[in-house]
Write a protein that binds this ligand. Structure first.
Ligand SMILES: [Zn+2]
Length: 560
């Protein structure tokens, strides 16, 4: 390095060993060694954090120390599988909000009534309401007036089968039979993992609980909407109104809601081999933005320098290029990785334990694939582009539709603002569609949240080799209709999904293994039992009853 020597008045070159003053040698040493020391300190910090990264999720001890399972024999397992198959055989397809399968929904109701006589007819502990004809709301009275009730939800409808040629070996998409595939036994057909496995799983768990006059200790509600796949307005939307009245009549408030959503997944997060129990603590919002450019319709022989189509195409192109910012540091996806850090292979453990330093790098890796990128930002999907009607006419109007799935850290307003800024062209009018909705609040998931513990504990009892992680659901569920009635909302079913299975959702060859379906039933059974042991604070009405001297079972020590 060179420096100015005030003694000789000359520029001198210093190699750090000789030809330098003492002060300068020190400076020189510092210049070389300081970065090395900083780097060593950084490496030491990274290694210490990696080696000492502790478990973020700690399971609270539940009062039922040794969980009891239904443990079905082979004949019962097959009977359960056939019941799910029977529900799959009834094609309750929702094609659009105005095109539902109402006859099939009625058939499914009869099927369920026939297969679950205690739930739907005989048990005096169940109150049944059919909402907007096709949806179902049940209230199962708890044997003990303790704690707030909670709700389990699912949906009765399915998406269309799509191109029949995509279904394996020419199998009927609504086959509903037990088939041998890939060395295992599966119940095959549309709805197997979205969401008839939940509906039938919840009902099988309940039916077994109601046998011989039995009932759960804690009151629960069960809601099955009939049009979740096309918005849920007619189903869950109406259930929410009925439920609000019912809760008011009973003086109750919901403690938590568990609906479909995320799964037990294996091989999805790099570096984590064990199954991961992803509990969706939030889902994305939604807005559809319409872009319109209007101009002078004219003859193509003398075109203007910029056509309506050209202006709109440039706007759309800018939106695709300049995506909404990644929110990795702020969203629950950050915690997905910190929760999984202790269970990852060394390299990934080091990365996941040091997101304070490496979150930018992880975010870049997530950006590399559109599938993983979707969890960390608001997505921009160009879904419709309309303009022109004749080859020799410049159209006076061009329109495009952009569908955004809004990250929990963004809002409809911030996204519209982003779009306006990126387009930066007043000639493009930007309006949002009416059915937009903001992302819901993130449900709590710290270790002291008993509702989260109940869901997690139930899943771990059924998948003991699994690890719990909170997650962001990038799709939507019926939960959006219930947000004014409950704060703690979780989105999870215990379907076991590998990376290749993710394409089966709304795709082809939907199936669930018989073993996994048995786990599904066991999960709901455990969940009801575990919820019995976890008591939320009493509602105002319960407090009144207590004050009037009617005995109320004392709250469990885990009450919050
Ligand atoms: Zn679904």
């Amino acid at each position: 390095m060179s420096w100015w020597d005030p003694e000789s008045g000359e520029e001198r070159v210093c190699c750090g060993t000789f030809n330098c003053s003492r002060t300068h040698r020190r400076l020189c040493c510092a210049a070389i060694w300081l970065p090395v020391l900083v780097l060593l300190a950084l490496i030491a910090t990274v290694l210490i954090r990696t080696l000492t990264m502790s478990e973020r999720f700690e399971l609270a001890s539940l009062s039922e120390e040794k969980p009891v399972f239904l443990n079905p024999d082979n004949a019962t397992r097959l009977a359960w599988a056939r019941t799910l198959g029977g529900a799959i055989k009834i094609p309750t397809v929702s094609r659009s909000e105005s095109d539902l399968s109402t006859e099939e929904l009625a058939q499914l109701h009869s099927f369920l009534q026939q297969h679950f006589p205690l739930v739907f007819k005989q048990s005096p502990h169940v109150e049944r309401r059919y909402v907007n004809t096709h949806s179902i709301l049940l209230r199962v009275e708890g044997s003990q007036a303790k704690g707030k009730p909670y709700m389990l939800a699912g949906h009765l409808d399915v998406v269309p089968a799509g191109d029949l040629e995509g279904w394996r070996d020419g199998l009927d998409p609504f086959l509903g039979e037990v088939v041998e595939q890939d060395g295992d036994t599966f119940i095959f057909g549309r709805g197997a993992i979205d969401d008839k496995h939940s509906v039938v799983g919840i009902l099988l768990a309940l039916e077994s609980m109601l046998q011989d006059g039995g009932q759960p200790q804690r009151t629960l509600y069960v809601a099955f909407g009939h049009d979740e796949e096309v918005s849920g307005h007619a189903g869950a939307g109406h259930i929410a109104v009925e439920l609000e009245q019912m809760l008011e009549e009973k003086g109750e408030k919901l403690d938590f809601l568990l609906d479909e959503g995320m799964f037990v997944m294996q091989g999805v997060v790099p570096g984590v081999e064990d199954p991961v129990v992803y509990i969706g603590v939030v889902e994305k919002g939604w807005t559809t933005v319409n872009l319109t450019v209007t101009g002078q319709q004219s003859h193509s022989s003398a075109p203007p320098r910029e056509s309506t189509i050209g202006i709109l195409a440039a706007a759309v192109s800018r939106l695709e290029e300049q995506r909404s910012p990644a929110r990795f540091r702020d969203g629950p996806e950050y915690d997905t990785f910190t929760y999984l850090a202790p269970h990852a292979s060394f390299l990934y453990k080091m990365i996941f334990s040091n997101l304070w330093l490496l979150s930018g790098a992880v975010s870049s890796v997530l950006s590399g694939s559109y599938e993983t990128d979707a969890i960390q930002r608001t997505t921009t999907a160009v879904t419709i582009f309309n303009a022109g009607f004749k080859e020799n006419v410049i159209p006076g109007k061009a329109e495009a539709t952009i569908n955004h799935r809004i990250h929990p850290m963004d809002t409809i307003e911030t996204i519209l603002e982003h779009d306006r800024e990126v387009i930066g062209d007043d000639r493009v009018s930007i309006t949002k569609s009416k059915n937009s909705f903001n992302p819901p609040p993130i449900s709590p998931y710290s270790n002291d949240v008993m509702a989260f513990q109940v869901v997690a504990a139930s899943a771990l009892q059924v998948f003991p080799e699994g690890h719990v992680a909170p997650g962001t659901l990038i799709a939507n569920t019926d939960t959006k209709h219930y947000l004014h009635l409950v704060d703690q909302v979780y989105r999870f079913t215990p379907a076991f999904i590998t990376k290749s299975d993710t394409k089966r959702f709304h795709g082809f060859n939907e199936r669930i293994s018989v073993a996994n379906f048995v786990q599904t039933v066991e999960f709901y059974h455990r969940l009801i039992r575990n919820a019995d042991t976890q008591v939320a604070p009493p509602t105002a009405r319960e407090t009144c009853i207590q004050a009037e001297g009617v005995p109320v079972t004392s709250a469990h020590p885990f009450s919050d």
